[in-house]
Design a protein around this ligand. Structure first.
Ligand code: KG4
Ligand code: ZN
Length: 351
C-alpha cells in the first residue's frame, strides 16, 4: 500500500511517500526555522501562511523523488493534531481535497503517535509491550504500549516540554533558535559537574517531569553570577543538559523496570541529542532491552512518520470521512491500566 503522508502541525511543511508502513520512498521537509528565527520561537500566523505557500510544491517534490504518480497513491495520512490550529488546517484541508479528488481513503494521525512510528524505517519490527519516550519541542511523554495502537501515559511534563526548555535556556544564554542543537554543541566542551541544577522532575512522588523549576534555576544562576567567559556558558549548558537527560532517562529506566516492556523507543526532536541517546543506551543495556531511535532526519518533524502511523490505522480498517478536521488538543487514547495491575496486565498482554 502506497501512502502519501502530510505533516504541517508546527513549523515544518512535510510530505512523504511510504510503502507498507516501513519503506520510505521519499521524505521532503521544508523547515521554517529561518522565518521564525528573528522571533526566537514559532509565530503561528507566519507558520500558517508559509505552510499554504509550500504544501503543494512539497507534495509534488515527494511524489517526484519517490518516482510515483499521484494516481498511484492508495491512501493519505495527515497530521490531525495536536499542533497550531492554522498550521494543522492547511495540511488537513489539502489532504482531504486530494483524497476526495482521487477517491482514496484518508486517515487522521496523532502527531505524537507519528513520532513513535518514526523508528519504523531503520529498526527491527517492534516487539510489544513497548515503552516510548517522546521528547520534542511541544511534548514530553513516556508511554507504555501494551500492544500496537494502545497507549498508557506513564509520565508527562507538568509544564514545559523538554525541547521547549532547551529553547528557552538557549534564549536566556543569548544563543539563538532552536536551542537544542546549540546547547548540545556548547555542552560538549563544558563541565556538567560545575553547576548542579535541580532535577527536571515534579516532587510529588509521581513519575512526572517538570522543566520550569530547572529553567528558573538557570535564570537565577545567570542573574546571581553572570557568565564571564565562553567556558562559564559551556558549563551552564552542560549542567542544564545533564539535568534534563538524567530526569528523562532515570524515569524511563525506573518505569521500564515496573512495566516490563520488550522494546524501548526514544523519539522526537530532542532524541537528536547524543547525550540523551548514550544515556538511554546505557539504561537499555542495564535493563537488557533493545532501544530504538529514529535517525536525526526522522527525529524532528517529518511526514514519513505520519504515513507509517497512518498505515497501522488503515490496515486496522480505520478511515476518516471528509468531516475530518484539525484538533489542536488531540490526545492519544489513554488506556486505563492500574499501576497495581501491571503484572496482571503483563500476563494478559503476553499471551
Ligand atoms: O519534534 P520536533 O521537530 O518538533 C516538535 O514536535 O516539537 O522537535 C523540535 C525540538 C526543539 O525544541 C529543538 O530545540 C529540539 O527539538 N532539539 C534538540 C536537539 N535537536 C533538536 N534538543 C536537544 N538536543 C538536540 N540536539
Ligand atoms: Zn513533533
Amino acid at each position: 500500500m502506497l501512502i502519501l503522508g502530510i505533516e504541517s502541525s508546527c513549523d515544518e511543511t512535510a510530505a512523504a511517500v511510504v510503502r507498507d508502513g516501513r519503506e520510505m520512498l521519499s521524505s521532503v521537509i521544508s523547515s521554517q526555522i529561518e522565518l521564525h528565527r528573528p522571533y526566537g520561537g514559532v509565530v503561528p500566523e507566519l507558520a500558517s501562511r508559509e505552510h499554504l505557500a509550500k504544501i503543494d510544491p512539497i507534495v509534488d517534490a515527494a511524489l517526484e523523488k519517490a518516482g510515483v504518480l499521484l494516481d498511484e497513491i492508495d491512501a493519505i495520512a495527515v497530521t490531525q493534531g495536536p499542533g497550531l490550529i492554522g498550521a494543522l488546517l492547511v495540511g488537513v484541508s489539502y489532504a482531504k481535497s486530494v483524497a476526495y479528488g482521487l477517491n482514496i481513503p484518508i486517515v487522521g494521525v496523532n502527531h505524537i503517535e507519528g513520532h513513535i512510528y518514526s523508528i519504523a524505517f531503520e529498526n527491527p519490527v517492534v516487539e510489544y509491550p513497548a515503552m516510548a519516550l517522546i521528547v520534542s519541542g511541544g511534548h514530553t511523554n513516556l508511554f507504555f504500549i501494551p500492544e500496537e495502537g494502545k497507549y498508557k501515559v506513564v509520565s508527562r511534563t507538568r509544564d514545559d516540554a523538554a525541547g521547549e526548555a532547551f529553547d528557552k535556556v538557549a534564549k536566556m544564554l543569548g544563543l539563538g533558535y532552536p536551542g537544542g542543537p546549540i546547547i548540545e554543541k556548547l555542552a560538549k566542551g563544558g563541565d556538567a559537574s560545575r553547576y548542579r541544577f535541580v532535577k527536571a522532575k515534579i516532587s510529588d512522588g509521581t513519575p512526572d517531569f517538570s522543566f520550569s523549576g530547572l529553567k528558573t534555576a538557570v535564570s537565577r544562576r545567570l542573574s546571581e553570577e553572570p557568565p564571564e567567559s565562553e567556558k562559564d556558558i559551556a558549563d551552564i549548558a552542560a549542567g542544564f543538559q545533564q539535568s534534563v537527560v538524567t530526569a528523562l532517562v532515570s524515569t524511563m529506566e525506573k518505569q521500564a523496570a515496573e512495566y516490563h516492556p520488550r522494546t524501548l523507543i526514544v523519539a522526537g526532536g530532542v532524541a537528536c541529542n547524543q547525550e540523551l541517546r548514550e544515556a538511554a543506551e546505557s539504561a537499555a543495556a542495564r535493563l537488557g532491552l533493545p532501544v530504538y531511535f529514529p535517525s536525526k532526519h526522522l527525529s524532528t518533524d517529518n511526514a514519513a512518520m505520519i504515513a507509517a502511523a497512518g498505515y497501522f490505522h488503515l490496515r486496522s480498517g480505520r478511515r476518516a470521512g471528509l468531516d475530518l478536521t484539525a484538533d489542536v488538543t488531540l490526545r492519544l487514547q489513554n488506556i486505563d491500566l492500574p499501576a497495581n495491575g501491571v503484572s496482571r496486565s503483563r500476563k494478559r498482554f503476553r499471551t
